[in-house]
Design a protein around this ligand. Structure first.
Ligand code: GAR
Length: 212
């Protein structure tokens, strides 16, 4: 059984969606460890309630690489095969990225390469795009620049606020993150330059649907 490591900093709704799909047997893996850089992250508390191994690792006063080497050590100790950033609001050092080559996924609430960085939904609304969405991508040494595994498109409505738009995007995030994890776990993807190319469909042709 493949092992997932989840990193989060906040609410943890993406983590929960993944955890539910793992529990339901829809993702062929177990969650070996959940790590938060924020002691008060609701997602950390939720992971503990769900009976998962979940730890707070403080980054206070630590150099980026020192902190990242602690996180990598914990992930390795739990024999993690795939690292999933689920609202983990830190940029990973090259050391971290090289420790798990093409084995780190991130979810971003925009159609990359549009609107990278923070407040992607607000950026999209202010720019005036008619469609935005979300992206699951492999993490490379840049910020939100790695090969794209899955994307979903979400319309921007005239009366959207950042909150209504974010909610609509989040439903799609919850669906495509699990899709992307299955593609990675089952080696359905081959990386050719910047492109993540589908070499075989995931078993059962899985597609995850948002909760009603
Ligand atoms: C999600 O919308 C995720 O896409 C975003 O943070 C939110 C975390 O929500 N991530 C980024 O903006 C990364 N640049 P969650 O804690 O409920 O999963």
């Amino acid at each position: 059984m493949k092992q997932l490591g989840i990193l989060l900093s906040g609410r943890g709704s993406n983590f929960e969606a993944i955890a539910r799909n793992v529990e339901a047997g829809k993702i062929p893996a177990r969650i070996a460890i959940v790590i938060s850089n924020r002691e008060d992250a609701p997602g950390l508390a939720r992971a503990k309630e769900m009976g998962l191994k979940a730890v707070y690792l403080s980054s206070k006063g630590k150099e980026r690489e020192t902190y990242d080497s602690e996180v990598v050590a914990v992930l390795r100790a739990h024999q993690v095969d795939l690292v999933c950033l689920a609202g983990f609001m830190r940029v990973l050092s090259p050391y971290f990225v090289r420790a798990f080559p093409q084995r780190i996924l991130n979810i971003h609430p925009a159609l990359l390469p549009a609107f990278p960085g923070l407040n992607a939904q607000k950026q999209a609304l202010e720019y005036g795009v008619k469609f935005t969405g979300c992206t699951v991508h492999l993490v490379d040494e840049g910020v939100d620049t790695g090969p794209i595994v899955c994307q979903a498109v979400v319309p921007v409505l005239d009366d959207d606020t950042v909150e209504t738009l974010s909610d609509r995007i989040l439903k799609e995030e919850h669906r495509i993150y699990s899709d992307a994890i299955c593609l990675m776990l089952e080696d359905c993807i081959r990386i050719e330059g910047r492109r993540a190319v589908l070499v075989q469909p995931p078993s059962g042709g899985r597609s995850f649907h948002p909760e009603p």
